[in-house]
Design a protein around this ligand. Sequence first.
Ligand code: NAG
Ligand code: NAG
Ligand code: NAG
Ligand code: NAG
Ligand code: NAG
Length: 469
Amino acid sequence: MEAACRRCRSSIRLALVTLAAAALLMAAAAVAALSDAEASDIARRQMLSLRERNGELPNDFEFDIHVDVTFANEHLRRAYAALQAWRRAIYSDPKNFTGGWVGADVCSYFGVTCTQALDDPKITVVAGVDLNGGDIAGYLPAELGLMSDLAFFHINSNRFCGIIPKSFNRLALLHELDVSNNRFVGAFPDVVLQIPVLKYLDIRFNDFDGALPPQLFEKDLDAIFVNSNRFVGSIPDNFGNSTATVVVLANNAFIGCIPRSIGRMADTLDELVLLNNRLDGCIPPEITDLGNTTVVDVSGNALAGTLPEGLVNMTKLEQLDVSRNQLAGAVLERVCKLPTLVNFSFAHNFFSVEPAACVPSEDKPVVLDDSGNCLGSGRPEQKPSPVCAPVLAHPVDCRTNVCSAGPNPPRPTYTPSPKRQMPSPPKTMHVVSRGIMEPHNHHQFLQASNAGAGWMKPRAGTPRSAEER
Ligand SMILES: *[C@@H]1O[C@H](CO)[C@@H](O)[C@H](O)[C@H]1NC(C)=O
Ligand SMILES: *[C@@H]1O[C@H](CO)[C@@H](O)[C@H](O)[C@H]1NC(C)=O
Ligand SMILES: *[C@@H]1O[C@H](CO)[C@@H](O)[C@H](O)[C@H]1NC(C)=O
Ligand SMILES: *[C@@H]1O[C@H](CO)[C@@H](O)[C@H](O)[C@H]1NC(C)=O
Ligand SMILES: *[C@@H]1O[C@H](CO)[C@@H](O)[C@H](O)[C@H]1NC(C)=O
């Protein structure tokens, strides 16, 4: 904590007394990633602050407010207490987002949005917080649960450490939670499952670990982004109970089968992104029930067997990526001719039969990639036959195939320790701007993400809810 604090104080002092050039230098230094020790120190500070109340807020929670400050209503008084507690939990704010967070007029604070209360148009309340891209280091204090009027909470691309406090279960109106691209740790934050009206859950690019709780797929969410953490275990069997339109589990360490319940998502699922995990077994035939899904990416796993014939029924597919698995047999002609398909990669598998419709060609409306397979000398960049022969000699029978996953490991309990090794967060320069297509509402964002691999990158903007205007 000392290091982080010192840096924060000295950066403010310096910037106040020096010329622009010096301030710039200082800012450049402050933007450097937190060291593991600093992240761990901040997390420990949070633990100390949360321990008193076990991270929860008692209903009669009292807070200190300077007697001179008066508020238009009780909601704003509570928001003030929350924002001041948060400000005290911030150790570095290189862009000075919170420098003006003083005084009773919380609606004038940078990043704070106020509107009329839903249940009482005569009073003004804090409906949202957006500190995206602030590069702020600190933690989330339990007092944030006092902001019970929040509809959105967006803090992506900062350096917040520790956990999501249990008191977030008091955010009864919260629709959008975006804590992506920070340094959050520990088990999946179960508290988000208790936020009653949450629709958009984005915890990607953090250091969460352990297994996913099955309840995640029982919750009435529109979007689930948990990619680029360190989640393990198998995907819960009730996966298909989810009503989300976008589900991104990419870049974790999930094992076992793609759950057969997946077909139950047919009415709602638009994009399914499971790439770069350790999933095995055959692609379940039930996936082909997803008749309205436009993006399926299961690349970079250990899937075996043949492509399910039913893929030809996925008539809305635009992007299909099964590359970098151990699939074999024939690529299906009718899949390559699906009406809206624009990109189909089956590269780096063991496919040995390729119909003419699937051969990559500039003349085709579909981008196809067949490299790294067992298609023989007629196609460039194929695997050598000694690599292909043993796999082709022992085809996997998907009718009897079983996957490898056993029971999930116990969920981790997190205790910060300075010795804990945490990987560096994605570098700031990877924050490729989605700002160009800065969406104005949720649905536009979800459609925009069809355009490609946008969900793979932390982004500068978050979908704007209708409430936010
Ligand atoms: C931060 O912002 C506050 C309020 O806008 C301002 O008074 C202060 O000088 C700023 N600090 C720096 C270091 O720019
Ligand atoms: C998933 O949905 C099915 C059918 O609606 C239901 O029987 C089952 O209990 C659900 N799973 C869980 C874990 O709640
Ligand atoms: C696709 O969506 C339409 C309309 O939204 C719906 O009627 C249909 O049942 C869906 N198809 C599948 C396979 O769920
Ligand atoms: C495609 O869907 C139809 C209608 O549900 C079904 O009869 C047919 O068997 C499916 N095709 C394949 C190849 O599974
Ligand atoms: C097609 O998909 C692959 C893999 O998903 C991707 O790397 C490539 O950029 C895509 N190409 C086009 C033209 O969209």
